[in-house]
Design a protein around this ligand. Structure first.
Ligand code: FPP
Length: 274
């Protein structure tokens, strides 16, 4: 039976159709899910209650992205630096992650979502590693949204690992120095095969990248919302996409070059051939 995301209904379907008609849906959205602790504290609850509600936000966001036709969603779920949190919180987070993976994988699979993970996976508890590899295997041939969980991940970890592998291949004569290019570096990163994010969303109002996809975010549009992650639902995702659709992505060029129908645009096309 062909799988696909369960379709939106009613008002939500309308909201999605409007978004699809007003502009481009970002191919890749990356999210820094921040503010779980603050959300819980505000309500007099333990931090883990914020993380737990955050799983609901993950579910809603994944579902809405699949329905909209977003092809890649990358979530910063646990950073290299998060290991420095109190041992009890780390342990509760790992248990929550394990439970979420166990509870959600069937739904992901039914919705044609392909699960992936990036980061120092070997540093995760054995049970989480085993569950992840089972779930990644189960959803591996799905063709809808690719959901990548960044776990025990940091941008510097990714770059350092890439540089080590590149240096080893250089030393072994598998590549030459002249072959080292932007594209080749990209292939050595843990995100090889995934296009760079078009849109980065950060919740909780902080203006930082926090060691996320340092290389990959070079030209991403950034949307920051005051909402804490547990309060983030699809309406805020739609607001981020609406904002993204108003941006002009110049990639270092000038505005006129992007407007192919202007005289300047046609001139540039004749010069560059594209
Ligand atoms: C940041 O909030 C959030 C995290 C460190 C963990 C995010 C994890 C989840 C949402 C649950 C599991 C995820 C998946 C993919 C199933 P914070 O604790 O830094 O909040 P604060 O800045 O208010 O303290």
């Amino acid at each position: 039976m062909a799988r696909g995301p369960q379709q939106a209904t009613g008002e939500d379907k309308k909201a999605q159709e409007i978004l699809q008609s007003t502009g481009e849906i970002p191919r890749h959205i990356a999210i820094i899910m921040d503010g779980n602790g603050r959300w819980a504290k505000k309500r007099g609850m333990p931090r883990i209650a914020g993380h737990s509600e955050g799983v609901e936000s993950v579910r809603d966001t994944v579902e809405a992205c699949g329905q909209l036709g977003v092809q890649f969603l990358t979530l910063y779920a646990f950073s290299t630096e998060n290991w420095k949190r109190p041992a009890e919180e780390v342990s509760l987070l790992m248990r929550l992650l394990l439970k979420a993976l166990k509870d959600e994988t069937d739904r992901l699979h039914r919705n044609n979502v392909r699960l992936q993970a990036i980061g120092d996976i070997a540093a995760l508890p054995r049970e989480v590693q085993d569950e992840l590899s089972e779930d990644i295997g189960k959803t591996g041939s799905n063709t809808g949204l690719t959901l990548t969980l960044a776990l025990s991940y940091s941008g510097r970890w990714d770059l350092t690992r890439a540089i080590k592998k590149l240096a080893a291949d250089l030393q072994a004569g598998k590549i030459s120095e002249t072959a080292i290019s932007d594209e080749l570096v990209t292939e050595y990163l843990s995100t090889a095969g995934i296009p760079d994010p078009d849109l980065l969303i950060r919740t909780s109002g902080e203006f930082r990248i926090s060691n996320f996809l340092l290389w990959q975010l070079a030209y991403s549009e950034i949307f920051i919302t005051e909402k804490h992650w547990p309060a983030f639902r699809r309406d805020e995702l739609y607001a981020a996409i609406r904002d993204y659709q108003k941006r002009e992505r110049r990639f270092g060029m000038v505005s006129e070059q992007l407007q192919k129908d202007t005289a300047f645009g046609r001139f540039m096309k004749s010069v560059t051939g594209s």
